[in-house]
Write a protein that binds this ligand. Structure first.
Ligand code: 1CP
Length: 343
């Protein structure tokens, strides 16, 4: 197969494909026994920095579930280290940034990440690409400026983003300087992933849904627009967020060939409103905890909403949960592939 003819890449371009392509966010992760075995021997950050192991985990996951695309095993937060952040992954508690940014003087100490600081990611992309067949495209990724800024400011995950918004409202100058240095760092990082062989890029704006449309316009749009402008062209860009029902029009305007939808919206209606763009989504990850009949019915609802329109990439609305049975994931992938639009 000509690599460009893979159903996933066709769908990214809005072209018809024989079957609806499907992959899952976090498809290489703790729900999979092969991954847990690797993690028992290797701390998370070491795994990301070991390009052989990262490539192995990436390839194992895509082959195990039969997805139409692989996503490189890495993490959105790694770029923060060469910017000057002190990042650790505590046991079971998620990521911790030990020196959070709370004031303009903290922003000043951050540096634009030199792309070569993340050479282990590009090595992993090259190694993964050489062990995948031409029919399986490889997705590179990064966090979006807002989502990364939220970790930089909160020092980890957050419930209400109070510190983030405190800086955003209280010191817009510092806020824009922070968003700008993150966005500039991401440009070289994404371009290097593409140079290494990434055939699509997903931008994770996982937490931007905590903002109102007006705040998105003022505090986020210029920076995500700058990033998407700078990287668009060579490969398709998937622009993903959660809780973004009221932000989708602005996200589309900011850019991206594919807009990622979470499960809180109706895929068909959102696609109608978005107009000409490909879409990705949007099964609730919790549906994969249910029985097969429910999985079939709920996946069928989404496929019917897409209605066979070219440019749909089936995915969850967010990442696979760790307690998900891997057989249910496999069942979902197979059923999407076997789905035929009803007459
Ligand atoms: O083994 C472990 O316990 C570590 C868990 C883990 C994994 C498997 C982390 C820590 N990161 C990852 C890999 C990862 N992260 C991938 C590649 C795997 C794949 O998709 O197959 C990707 C694409 C990410 C991206 C990522 N990291 C996001 C965006 C996606 C999303 O879920 O919204 C975010 C927000 C992160 C931060 C992060 N890193 C790790 C955790 C547990 C988190 C989330 C913390 C939080 O909830 O705030």
């Amino acid at each position: 197969m000509n690599p460009g003819d893979a159903p996933f890449l066709k769908a990214c371009r809005g072209e018809p494909a024989d079957t609806t392509p499907v992959w899952l966010m976090r498809q290489a992760g703790r729900y999979m026994v092969e991954y847990r075995e690797v993690r028992e021997r290797t701390p998370f950050m070491d795994l990301c920095r070991d390009s052989d192991l990262a490539a192995e985990v990436t390839v194992t996951a895509v082959e195990r579930i039969g997805a139409d695309a692989a996503i490189i095993f890495s993490d959105i937060l790694l770029i923060l280290v060469p910017m000057g952040m002190d990042l650790t992954y505590g046991k079971g508690e998620g990521p911790v940034l030990g020196n959070p940014v709370r004031a303009a003087s903290d922003v000043d100490r951050l540096e634009e990440a030199p792309p070569e600081a993340l050479s282990f990611v590009y090595d992993a992309i090259r190694k993964t690409r050489s062990s995948l067949g031409p029919e399986t495209p490889l997705i590179g990724f990064c966090g979006a400026p807002f989502t990364l800024a939220s970790y930089v400011i909160e020092g980890g995950g957050s419930r209400n983003y109070a510190e983030t918004k405190k800086l955003m409202y209280g010191d817009p100058g510092a806020w824009h300087a922070l968003m700008s240095v993150i966005a500039r760092s991401l440009v070289g990082y994404v371009r290097s992933q593409v140079d290494a062989g990434a055939q699509a890029i997903q931008i994770f704006d996982s937490w931007v849904g905590c903002l109102s449309p007006a705040d998105y316009r003022e505090y986020v749009f210029p920076h995500i627009r700058f990033l998407l402008d700078a990287i668009s062209g060579p490969v398709p860009i998937i622009h993903f967020g959660t809780g973004t029902a009221t932000l989708l029009d602005q996200q589309k305007k900011a850019g991206g060939d594919v807009i990622g939808l979470d499960w809180r919206v109706n895929l068909g209606e959102s696609w109608d409103a978005l107009g000409r763009v490909a879409v990705q989504g949007n099964l609730d990850p919790c549906v994969l905890l249910a029985d097969r009949e429910t999985i079939r019915r709920r996946a069928g609802d989404i496929l019917r909403q897409a209605g066979g329109r070219p440019g749909h990439i089936f995915n969850l609305g967010h990442g696979v949960l760790p307690m998900t049975p891997v057989d249910n994931v496999k069942y979902l992938v197979d059923l999407v592939h076997e789905w035929r639009a009803e007459a």
